[in-house]
Design a protein around this ligand. Sequence first.
Ligand code: ADP
Length: 269
Amino acid sequence: AEPRLVAVRATRISPRLTLLVLRDITERERVEEMRRDFVANTSHELKTPVGAVSLLAEAVESAADDPPQVRIFAARLQAEASRLALLTSRIMNLSRLQASDELPQRDVSIDEVVASALDAHAIQADSAGVEVVRGGSRGLYVRGDAQVLSEAVGNLVANAIAYSPRGSSVGVGVKAVEGVVEIAVTDRGIGIAEGEQDRVFERFYRADPARARRTGGSGLGLSIVKHAVQRHGGEVRLWSRPGRGSTFTIRLPESEAPAAEPVPKRGRK
Ligand code: ADP
């Protein structure tokens, strides 16, 4: 295996000379380190909503004599609880994708993947006042897990809607170029600064914490997209300009359309 060197100690010897102690971490150690990081980040991220839920529960109790106030706290409690539910399910999906078990290898219809991703976010689009338009080719296939791919496309669609202004539209375009299926999700929203374009794929990274909190994000959506696509032998590309919008493109190896189910021959009765 390639040596993986990490600096374990840096000692400044002179203003122009620093002594680095490097260690070769093997693949196994690297995986273990990722796992430890993941558990640590996750516990940290769960603390905030869990804390909020328990504070709000106390607030409901102490406002017992004031029904309008109780309703306000109860609604916020509900909102925090559903954020917590979303966060937990994303953490589970991500850890499943990072585990080494094989994904199912089936013929996956991109038409179905896109349709189910759009269905899953139709209500979100409606209430955000954003129109989602599906365009491009039909009848393309890849190999893999339809559910994992739908979730990946769905996360891109959810972000495109969440970071777009009311009244704008989001495009989901599909095409095949030289054996690669491209699913491009384009918005005309706030965009992502150049220096943050790599970082947004990191677990729990949000370009602007205040903004992300407002839209109720988990910071895991893009990390799930990246892992899901990589597990299918593909990659995700990002083009974005602050104030102009973003295009996230999922690229997957194209596969042949599956042979049509043989039509059962029926004899005359
Ligand atoms: P979140 O749940 O916070 O949206 P993601 O992992 O999906 O987490 O995205 C990480 C960050 O990338 C977001 O917090 C946001 O700052 C930025 N981002 C993602 N998609 C878009 C987009 N379409 N337009 C602008 N910013 C985006």
